[in-house]
Write a protein that binds this ligand. Structure first.
Ligand SMILES: Cc1cc2nc3c(=O)[nH]c(=O)nc-3n(C[C@H](O)[C@H](O)[C@H](O)COP(=O)(O)O)c2cc1C
Length: 182
């Protein structure tokens, strides 16, 4: 299983949570981690290069800090630019069929706040539905997301444990991720 991580943090090197998540994947030779903001400082995404890259991998992970209940803006632009009509969806747009996609995000909010009645009202699964719908429209398989809650207040130990859990989640089989026991 070849996996590509598209990390989309505006400043990954200065980040705490997302940097630790990316570091946790370094030992795995079949996982390729990319830093989207440093690859495209001018935001001019090379669509052909990105589409070719997608073809090389079985699983693609979008890793980002949760910003205003959504992904970071360069990743949104990446979706807009790369998932084109006739390539990713629509007639002839079957290049992503059979590929697995996953979101990995870090939040400032606590898990308890992300529920109906909580201070963020909705669950992460609910808030990630636009990305789930995008992937589904493009014939990809959308896997359960990895979420690290409370990323700003969490201790270094907590972040390290969550990074370990991330490495397991990214490498887990489709069957394990979608079974109710994980
Ligand atoms: C512009 C901006 C918007 C944010 N929006 C949210 C949000 O909607 N929900 C939330 O839980 N945290 C939000 N946060 C907190 C970040 O998600 C949190 O700082 C980040 O996940 C920590 O990861 P890092 O250490 O890799 O930067 C926001 C932070 C910024 C800077």
């Amino acid at each position: 299983m070849k996996t590509m991580i598209i990390a989309a943090h505006p400043d990954l090197r200065q980040s705490r949570a997302n940097r630790m998540l990316a570091l946790a994947l370094e030992p795995y030779t079949d996982i390729h981690v990319r830093d989207l903001y440093s690859e495209y400082p001018d935001w001019q995404i090379d669509v052909e290069k990105e589409q070719q890259a997608l073809l090389q991998y079985d699983r693609i992970v979008f890793q980002f800090p949760f910003y205003w209940y959504s992904c970071t803006p360069l990743l949104k632009k990446w979706f807009d630019d790369v998932l084109t009509y006739g390539w990713a969806f629509g007639p002839g747009g079957d290049h992503l069929s059979g590929k697995e996609f996953m979101v990995a995000t870090t939040t400032g909010g606590t898990e308890g706040g992300y529920r109906s009645g909580g201070d963020n009202w909705f669950t992460l699964s609910e808030l990630l539905r636009p990305i789930q719908s995008t992937i589904t429209r493009c014939n990809g398989t959308y896997l359960p997301a990895f979420v690290m809650y409370d990323a700003d207040r969490g201790t270094d130990d907590y972040i390290a444990r969550e990074a370990g859990r991330y490495a397991e989640h990214v490498r887990a089989s489709h069957e394990r991720l979608t079974s109710s026991v994980i």
